[in-house]
Design a protein around this ligand. Structure first.
Ligand SMILES: C[S@@+](CC[C@H](N)C(=O)[O-])C[C@H]1O[C@@H](n2cnc3c(N)ncnc32)[C@H](O)[C@@H]1O
Length: 345
């Protein structure tokens, strides 16, 4: 008789091996627009194939796999016709117009991140990102590479934007930030986290500091300056003076950079920060013994294929903050994707 391990282990290995089949099914259904068409309506595979200009057989198999993944639900009519519609999960998270949509994250994962991951073995060998191989571009200036066209930049910004509608509140309320009235969100992108901040702390104002072309695009495409408590400041946080503030937020910034560049930035922040002020880091923290969480471990590999940085442990951030002069470092793991670290001047 087979032992439990003999049954379980190959099943687990096969599940890992075939994980990309699931990703690609999700990517494809999103990119073809399946969830847009099946939002609050029932259609057969052949109706959908006609609307999407796809093969009936391929469409039927895709829809069937989506049913298996609980992204769609199927219903058989008395005449035997199978009709498909979105599940609640797809309606809320996979349709473009939903406030909690992850559509753009999925699109960016499919068109950009997935291509970098093709070179993961090279990234592990070389210890650096793989833009050269994946896209034929030099990544000496990381964000020049990431923003290699206006279209890529907007897609990246949409990717950054989407997660804070889902878990932004958790990170801005991980600590009581109400004493900090004047907040600067460094590398704040299109302002999704800034919006969560002013919603949780209505008396605060947030200045989003980001590269000039990101600020222009935020104004053009994201309508981020419609709330009078939110404003923008253009600049390069490694080169230009930073706005004065009580609290600086660095959300998913330090994980892009080496320890040396991170300390360089933290020292600049320390110098601009008002006495009694602080810095809030928002990152996905690894356990102290590196044993998990799996999401942070995989994100760290993602940082390897895409950036100059890595995911870190709470103690790593404590070390970087202390090296820059900050004290009273407090670490708050949320149990969700992103955690928070607060330090004071
Ligand atoms: C990984 S994204 C994080 C965006 C946002 N904080 C979030 O969590 O959604 C990094 C951000 O840093 C900005 N950035 C990168 N280099 C910068 C620099 N030298 N000066 C200012 N902003 C920079 C990018 O434009 C981008 O918005």
């Amino acid at each position: 008789m087979a032992t439990k391990d003999e049954e379980l282990y190959p099943r687990k290995i096969l599940e890992y091996m075939e994980g990309f089949l699931v990703s690609k099914t999700l990517f494809t259904a999103c990119e073809l627009g399946v969830f847009e068409l099946l939002n609050a309506s029932w259609m057969s595979a052949s109706q959908l194939a006609q609307a999407l200009n796809t093969s009936e057989d391929g469409t039927e198999r895709l829809l069937s796999a989506c049913v298996g993944l609980e992204l769609l639900t199927a219903h058989t009519n008395p005449d035997g016709a199978v009709l498909y519609s979105n599940t609640e999960m797809s309606s809320v998270f996979l349709t473009k117009s939903s406030p909690k949509s992850l559509y753009h994250s999925i699109e960016y994962s499919s068109r950009t991140i997935y291509l970098c991951w093709h070179y993961l073995a090279d990234a592990v060998r070389d210890g650096k990102n793989q833009y050269e191989k994946a896209f034929g571009i030099n990544s000496k200036d990381l964000f020049e590479a990431l923003y290699r066209s206006d279209e890529e930049m907007v897609k990246f910004m949409q990717l950054m934007n989407s997660i804070w509608n889902i878990c932004g509140r958790d990170v801005v309320t991980a600590f009581d930030l109400s004493p900090f009235k004047c907040i600067c969100d460094l590398g704040g992108c299109s302002g999704a986290l800034a919006k969560q901040c002013v919603s949780a702390y209505p008396e605060s104002t947030v200045t989003i500091f980001d590269l000039p072309k990101v600020v222009k695009t935020s104004r053009q495409h994201f309508g981020s300056d419609q709330d009078e408590r939110i404003s923008f400041c253009e600049g390069d946080f490694f080169k230009d003076a930073l706005p004065q503030a009580d609290l600086y937020i660095l959300a998913r910034i330090l994980h892009d950079w080496t320890d040396q560049r991170s300390v360089e930035l933290l020292v600049k922040i320390y110098q601009s920060c008002r006495p009694g002020g602080g810095v809030l880091l928002v990152e996905s923290l690894l356990h102290e013994d590196n044993s998990g969480p799996l999401t942070a471990q995989l994100y760290s590999l993602n940082m390897l294929v895409q950036t100059e940085g890595r995911e870190r442990k709470g103690s790593d951030y404590r070390r970087l903050l202390t090296a820059a002069g900050f004290t009273h470092v407090q670490i708050h793991t949320t149990g969700k994707i992103y955690d928070a670290v607060l330090a004071c001047k």
